[in-house]
Design a binder for this molecule. Structure first.
Ligand code: GDP
Ligand code: MG
Length: 308
């Protein structure tokens, strides 16, 4: 008999290409973050008017949302930024990529709530939490340490009608720390996703509802070691309190980037180009590990979403 999870995984398997995005999206929220050795700094949200998509003026290059064709040369945005308080106008050059992330897990664990909170730096609070926001915005543009990316969040039901080519770049598997059954489902999903995508995709295990301290039934150690067993990252958060939701959002972005950098590096290594680039990649990796882990933080690696 095919279970609901089998069905979910079957649909995960059928994801290969992304649909062409509408150029009518001219105003988008950009959430800015800076990663520091002391943690994540939220630098606020702004609204970006993408005039290049509307007015095809000479000298302004079209923004590309297609990851495959996105390079520093082709991806030069000419944008105006409308800060929620101040209007800022700038002509910036950035390296923007578009990624799709699947959020999966048992019913009621808080997937929609997490996505809603990803969309804004504003605390959504209880009122918004009782309304299902599944019809709401699912795409957010991030600027992390000056590098811009757009993340689209999808849930299992979103790709029922998609063909074989709908591609997923990262996976977030959510459970509720108070319900053992949701943890069991998450582990099952982790296993199936790992089996399917191998080791070159970002996967993050999320224990939600960390605010329900007294009802906890799954310890942090249990969550962490499950993540370890499947070679993925782990974080506990509370969507209701907006606690560590930003860390997850930026962590997904970092993990996808790290995986795709490693993949590119692997490809380049297959075509020998001298040792220089390989060693500079290793140096960067060592630097990141030093900044975010310190020298003795190896055991915390599973919970550090900013390193490989
Ligand atoms: P989904 O079915 O996985 O999309 O779950 P929802 O996002 O619809 O959330 C299910 C219920 O859990 C809703 O009543 C939310 O208000 C609640 N919820 C979501 N996140 C949290 C959280 O971090 N803490 C608490 N206490 N409740 C939450
Ligand atoms: Mg939902």
């Amino acid at each position: 008999m095919e279970t609901e999870n089998d069905d979910k995984i079957r649909r995960v398997r059928s994801l290969r290409t992304r649909p062409v995005r509408s150029s009518s999206e001219s105003l988008q929220r950009v959430r800015s973050f800076k990663t520091t050795s002391k943690g994540l700094v939220n630098r606020g949200d702004s609204l970006k008017l993408n005039i290049s998509g509307v007015h095809d003026s000479p000298g302004i290059k079209k923004k590309t949302t297609d990851k495959e064709s996105c390079t520093k040369d082709t991806c030069q945005d000419n944008v105006e930024h409308f800060d929620t308080q101040n209007v800022v106008s700038e002509n910036e050059s950035c390296f923007q990529c578009y990624y799709r992330v699947l959020i999966t897990g048992a019913e009621g664990v808080g997937k929609s709530s997490i996505i809603d909170q990803f969309m804004t730096s504003e605390f959504l609070g209880n009122a918004s939490f009782n309304i299902s926001q599944s019809e709401g915005e699912r795409t957010v543009t991030l600027q992390v340490d000056g590098e811009e990316s757009t993340l689209e969040f999808v849930q299992s039901e979103d790709f029922q009608d998609q063909d074989e080519s709908f591609q997923i770049d990262g996976f977030v598997v959510v459970y509720c720390i108070t319900e053992r059954a949701t943890f069991d489902i998450a582990i099952d999903l982790l296993k199936q996703i790992r089996d399917e995508v191998g080791s070159n995709k970002a996967i993050i295990l999320v224990g939600n509802k960390s605010d329900l301290v007294r009802k906890r039934t799954i310890s942090q150690e249990e969550g962490r070691s499950a993540a370890d067993a499947y070679g993925c990252k782990y974080i506990e958060l509370s969507a209701a309190l907006n606690h560590r939701v930003d860390e997850l959002l930026v962590g997904i972005h970092k993990q996808i980037k790290l995986k795709s950098d490693a993949e590119n590096e692997e490809l380049e290594c297959k075509i020998p180009k001298g040792k220089e680039r390989k060693s500079s990649f290793k140096r960067t990796k060592r630097f990141l590990e030093k900044v975010f882990l310190g020298h003795s933080g190896k055991d915390k690696k599973t919970e550090n979403l900013y390193v490989d």
